[in-house]
Design a protein around this ligand. Structure first.
Ligand code: HEC
Ligand code: HEC
Ligand code: HEC
Length: 77
């Protein structure tokens, strides 16, 4: 049920289901990240994200860009 609820939220409500990164982190400077062409596949080149977080690859694809992250996770400056 929980999984179905998340999928439904992704399809119909977008940001409603995703946690807000800024609850724990500084706001993300999107420009810096766009210039670096950051995608989910490259976050760990610069950050130890995988040490702290497990990103569910049924919900995410490696090509997601930082602006797409921000659409769902409310991380932007
Ligand atoms: C279409 C919406 C969507 C996009 C785009 C998206 N996410 Fe998510 N993300 C979710 C949902 C839904 C979850 C599962 C519920 C939750 O934990 O917020 C999740 C979970 C996560 C988690 C796990 C958080 C935790 O520790 O529990 C991380 C980290 C994460 N996403 C990072 C990213 C990053 C980085 C990007 C961009 C590369 C991204 N997400 C793009 C919707 C999205
Ligand atoms: C409940 C608190 C919490 C939330 C919400 C959270 N994080 Fe984290 N995150 C942490 C902790 C704790 C660490 C490990 C300590 C550190 O490096 O700051 C971490 C580490 C990271 C790192 C590596 C830091 C570095 O510079 O090496 C990245 C990148 C990251 N998180 C991204 C995200 C993204 C993207 C989201 C939103 C999807 C998110 N976090 C939501 C607590 C959180
Ligand atoms: C080319 C290197 C690079 C890449 C790739 C990159 N970042 Fe960053 N990121 C930085 C820099 C530089 C900062 C600002 C300095 C800092 O706070 O560490 C930053 C800051 C952040 C912060 C806020 C600082 C904090 O730790 O609270 C988050 C969250 C973050 N990045 C997430 C991501 C995510 C998610 C991805 C993958 C989509 C990503 N970054 C890819 C270089 C990068």
């Amino acid at each position: 049920m929980k999984y179905l609820a998340i999928v439904a939220a992704l399809l119909f409500a977008g940001s409603a289901a995703a946690l807000d990164c800024t609850e724990c982190h500084e706001k993300v400077d999107l420009t810096v990240h766009q210039e670096a062409e950051a995608t989910l596949a490259t976050c760990n080149d610069c950050h130890g994200m995988s040490d702290a977080h497990t990103v569910d690859m049924e919900l995410h694809t490696p090509e997601l860009t930082i602006t797409e992250c921000a659409d769902c996770h409310g991380m932007e400056k």
